[in-house]
Structure formats: structure tokens, C-alpha cells
Ligand binder design. Structure first.
Ligand code: ATP
Length: 317
């Protein structure tokens, strides 16, 4: 019989304050197994505080958390055995080499010396740290430290992976490798919850998103409303004046049309309206070479929520 799927991460009405600072006020979310869930929010909205609670490193003042079916407050060992945590900064491992940092982590997870040595070699290969495997961690660049931090989070092949700003400091090739690795882990059933400010990158790998604002997860209604707002679309044609004329004839107000180099940018309210506009432009005989949203889905929703910060609560895209 195949094992039942991991229940992933479930957070219900969690809150945590530091003195008078309410870092997380009311967070509820689900991150299902086998999917990549993005945790998105402005600076100071409580993402790291929430991830620390999920990682069993900080106790919530209220609410409940389930990690692969276990409670980080009362079942800390069970949670830690199943959880990989990549913090936004690598802890103090400076004197150890890359290889010994990974071997030591393996030993902490009660692997034998031979197992931890084998696992360290696999992970060094996986994240591409081979050439500097025997260098002390203190000489690593920021991007190399990120790779070591990711490898450390993967030592015990966790069911649930929490990644706080994993791409920061990585060059474009390393970012792409990271994206492929994360997608591959999710395809193998890992629950991945990932916080990042680089929304265009999250757009490419996230199956779903949770928005956190001032410590509160945005409700499905608010997210839907933000998704439905007008968003800029980028339209390119060789004959820009002809394109402008056709846009006005299609009902776009001239004041709403912006020129950006060899493209025009116009606000469009949703996919149906975009399809309709494109049909009209083509019927008008304009040779269109580009017709695409100027903002990714996550960025658009994030900006829509930011413009409308006064209504409360909930989750997902
Ligand atoms: N240990 C602490 N003591 C006091 N205040 C804290 C502590 N940790 C976080 N805070 C405060 O809680 C709020 C949320 O911080 P947190 O680091 O969780 O936000 P974040 O969304 O991860 O931010 P960023 O995107 O800038 O990393 C901030 O106002 C921060 O100053």
C-alpha cells in the first residue's frame, strides 16, 4: 500500500507579538503537499515571524499550526524530523567547511558517519558547491552561503520545506537552478512554502499564494477583488500611431494610453476584456507583435491589495 500523502502545512488564526509590536495578528493558510505555496507581503508584514513559528523556533501567542500533521509547540521533535528550514541568513557555521557543516547536520539528525558523509556529497553535487566543498563557510559569497543553507535544509530529505528569501544573492543561473530544484522537490511530494520579494520569480514556480499584510492573511474575497482590478497590458506593433488609433476606436480613453519605448501600455480589466481588445485590434488590421500583461499575476494582486489596505482578513490565489 502506498503511504498516505503528507498533510502539508495548516495554520489557523495564529498570532504573535513582541511586546507592543503585533508582528503576526491573525494568520490562516494552507500549503498542500506536492505544491509550491508563495508567502507574499511587504517589508515588516510578519513573514519571517510566521515562518519561525512554523519552524518551531518561536511560540505562537494564539492559534494552531500543523506541520505534516504535527504541532510545533507540543510535538517539536516530530516536526523538526520532517521539516527543512532555510532561514534568510545562514547561522554561525563559519569555522566549519561546507562538507563538514553538512556532515554535522546529518549527525544532528542521527545519521551514521557513513550516511551523513554520503548525503553531504550528494547535496554538494545537487546545489553545485563542489569546487568549494572544503573551504570554511566564512569565505563563501552570499550566494554560496544561500546554497549551503539550502543544502543544510535538505539533509534529512524533509516532507515540508520552508524557504525564507532563498533566491537572494543568487546569480541568474543559480536562481534558475534553484527554481528547477524546488519544482522537482514539489513534484516528488514535498510541501514547499517560500517567501520572497522577487514576485516575478515566484510567479514562475508557485502553484498558489498567500498574502500577508500587517500580520493578517488576506481573505479569498480580497484577493479575488485585487486580481479583478485593471492591470497594465503591453502592446507592440510596428505602426504605433495606427495601434493608438485602433485602441481609441476600441474604446480606450486616450489619456489612459502610455508610450513606453516602442510599445503602448493600456489598462485592461481581466482576461476576458484583454481577449476582446485583442480581437478588435486584429479586426482593425493592426499587426500586433506583443500583447501581454505588463505585471505578473502575483505582482498585480500584491499591488491591488496594497492599494486597498483598509479592509480586513484570510488566504490563497
Ligand atoms: N524579535 C523581535 N522583537 C521585536 N520586534 C520584532 C522581532 N521580530 C520581528 N519584529 C517586528 O515584527 C514585525 C514583522 O517582522 P518580520 O521580520 O516578521 O517581517 P517580514 O515580513 O519578514 O519583513 P521583511 O520582508 O522586511 O523581511 C516588524 O515590525 C518587526 O520589526
Amino acid at each position: 500500500m502506498s503511504p498516505s500523502p503528507s498533510p502539508g502545512v495548516v495554520v489557523d488564526s495564529v498570532a504573535r507579538s513582541f511586546g507592543s509590536v503585533h508582528a503576526v495578528r491573525d494568520a490562516s493558510l494552507e500549503a498542500p503537499a506536492g505544491q509550491v505555496t508563495a508567502l507574499i507581503g511587504p517589508n515588516g508584514s510578519g513573514k519571517t515571524t510566521l515562518l519561525l513559528m512554523l519552524a518551531s523556533l518561536l511560540r505562537p501567542d494564539a492559534g494552531t499550526i500543523s506541520i505534516a500533521g504535527f504541532d510545533p509547540v507540543t510535538q517539536t521533535e516530530e516536526v523538526r524530523a520532517r521539516l527543512g528550514w532555510m532561514p534568510d541568513v545562514l547561522g554561525s557555521w563559519n569555522v566549519l567547511t561546507v562538507r563538514s557543516a553538512l556532515e554535522t547536520t546529518g549527525r544532528l539528525y542521527r545519521m551514521t558517519a557513513a550516511q551523513s558523509s554520503r548525503r553531504a556529497s550528494e547535496l554538494i553535487e545537487l546545489v553545485g558547491l563542489g569546487p568549494i566543498a572544503d573551504q570554511p563557510a566564512r569565505v563563501l559569497s552570499r550566494g554560496q552561503k544561500q546554497k549551503l543553507s539550502l543544502a543544510r535544509a535538505l539533509v534529512h530529505d524533509p516532507e515540508v520545506l520552508l524557504l525564507d528569501e532563498p533566491a537572494s544573492g543568487l546569480d541568474p543561473v543559480a536562481r534558475n537552478d534553484l527554481q528547477l530544484l524546488i519544482r522537482d522537490l514539489a513534484a516528488r511530494g514535498t510541501t514547499v512554502l517560500i517567501s520572497s520579494h522577487v514576485l516575478a520569480e515566484l510567479d514562475e514556480i508557485a502553484d498558489r499564494a498567500v498574502y500577508l499584510e500587517a500580520g493578517v492573511t488576506a481573505s479569498a474575497d480580497r484577493v479575488a477583488a485585487a486580481q479583478g482590478t485593471e492591470r497594465p497590458w503591453r502592446i507592440r506593433a510596428r505602426d504605433l500611431p495606427g495601434l493608438g488609433g485602433a485602441l481609441v476606436a476600441a474604446g480606450v480613453h486616450p489619456d489612459d494610453i502610455r508610450t513606453d519605448r516602442d510599445e503602448l501600455i493600456v489598462p485592461v480589466a481581466g482576461e476576458d476584456a484583454a481577449a476582446e481588445l485583442l480581437t478588435r485590434l486584429v479586426r482593425a488590421g493592426v499587426a500586433i507583435s506583443t500583447f501581454a500583461p505588463a505585471l505578473g499575476d502575483l505582482e498585480h494582486t500584491f499591488q491591488g491589495l496594497a492599494r486597498d489596505t483598509h479592509r480586513p482578513t484570510g488566504s490563497t490565489r
